[in-house]
Write a protein that binds this ligand. Structure first.
Ligand SMILES: [Zn+2]
Length: 134
């Protein structure tokens, strides 16, 4: 999505950083178990590969598109974050119109088709991150 037209007439754009609207992602119950088990399995293999000095083999298996030698020395957290990005096909995007509060939920991961839901009551900050509410 680079822009999404809301039925209220407002256009939500995600090309400006920091984002001026609220957004998030949804992981459906039916995909959750598969997502977490695949991730846990791969991370357990990363730990074992690192202990055995076979981190490069792990990278070839799980991140074949990241074969730059410089990348091999990146911090573990960055490598794990890139690995977890491989599962974006499980995740649906959710955007909130900053003008009317409608939630726009991506119908299928990776597709630019959305369903809209209009709030019944208070809607401000419903998608604010937890860190910003502390
Ligand atoms: Zn709207």
């Amino acid at each position: 999505m680079s822009s999404l037209a809301c039925p209220c007439g407002h256009v939500i754009k995600d090309v400006v950083w920091p984002l001026t609207y609220d957004s998030g992602v949804i992981l459906c119950d039916t995909d959750e178990e598969h997502y977490f088990s695949k991730t846990a399995e791969a991370l357990a293999e990363l730990v074992a590969a690192t202990v055995q000095g076979k981190r490069l083999e792990w990278m070839h298996k799980y991140l074949p598109h990241m074969q730059d030698p410089e990348y091999m020395s990146k911090p573990d957290a960055e490598i794990i974050e890139n690995y977890m990005g491989n599962f974006s096909f499980y995740i649906r995007v959710i955007e909130q119109c900053e003008k009317c509060g409608r939630l726009h939920v991506q119908k299928k991961p990776g597709e630019n088709l959305y369903c809209s839901f209009k709030p019944d009551g208070e809607w401000q900050s419903v998608l604010k991150d937890i860190g910003s509410q502390e």
